[in-house]
Design a protein around this ligand. Structure first.
Ligand code: PGA
Length: 260
């Protein structure tokens, strides 16, 4: 991380876990860490849509922002079952995860829909957390760079320089998600550095220096320190480990330290 130029962010991806009736207790358990470390580390909790209103209420007056896990690319209209960016923004949501590999793999999201969703989120003043990452087969074929380049370029297509600072990029190698097999510090650092270089090529050095790049994939209390010590890794997108507010609090504390 490099706190001088960009924000450190720890984002919890709760996925399809937790009941609406449990979010209040989760929030209470997380608040002490949020008030102790939230000044140095942005904290985002992303629950399922149905938990979002309660989450916004539970985290009101705390340093925790609420994010969603998906958003429609359309603004309003006849799209049964979808949730729009203006609807989320109106509720008080600040961030939205876009293009998570589970959505790309199981729900047909493509680089094109990811790009449309990034535009929809930015138009509603939400900060997109765009997920990119290679599969194990792609890594073994030696095409990680090509895959990441295509995903990042497509996601940012048409996003003007004035807005790109609001985009957070999460590098999540698909083989590391939910497997307990995180990328090594060196592997994660190399790809995150490449992503920053790519952003520099597209938008210039000043913007590239300001964009927060997160790592995600089996990040936990044990490996957070090593990952965040890498200059181009500015935080984490945490799945399994975020389900325990105690573990998430410990990760937030580690992320509030200085590494450079
Ligand atoms: P994980 O999930 O921490 O359980 O690997 C991360 C993610 O999918 O965002």
């Amino acid at each position: 991380m490099n706190r001088k130029y960009r924000n450190t962010i720890i984002a919890a991806n709760l996925k399809m876990n937790m009941l609406p009736s449990n979010i209040k207790a989760y929030a209470e358990a997380l608040k002490p860490a949020a008030s102790a470390y939230g000044k140095r580390c942005g904290i985002v909790v992303c629950p399922s849509f149905v938990l979002v209103p309660q989450a916004v209420k539970a985290f009101r007056d705390s340093r925790v922002s609420v994010g969603a896990q998906n958003v429609s690319q359309f603004e309003s209209g006849a799209y049964t079952g979808e949730v729009s960016a203006p609807q989320l923004a109106d509720l008080g949501v600040r961030y939205v995860i876009i293009g998570h590999s589970e959505r790309r793999e199981m729900f047909g999201e493509t680089d094109e829909t990811v790009n449309q969703k990034v535009h929809a989120a930015l138009a509603a003043n939400l900060r997109p957390i765009v997920c990119v990452g290679e599969t194990l087969a792609q890594r073994e074929m030696g095409i990680t760079s090509e895959v990441i380049t295509l995903q990042v370029k497509s996601a940012l297509a048409g996003v003007p320089a004035t807005k790109v600072r609001r985009v957070v990029i999460a590098y999540e190698p698909v083989w590391a998600i939910g497997t307990g097999l995180a990328a090594t510090d060196t592997e994660a650092a190399a790809v995150c550095r490449e992503i920053r270089t790519l952003v520099r090529g597209l938008y210039g050095a000043r913007i590239a220096r300001a964009v927060s790049i997160l790592y995600g994939g089996s990040m936990n209390e044990q490996n957070t320190r090593g990952l965040l010590a890498q200059p181009d890794i500015d935080g984490g997108l945490i799945g399994s480990a975020s389900l325990s507010p105690e573990t998430l609090s410990a990760i937030i504390e580690i992320a509030s330290h200085d590494y450079v």
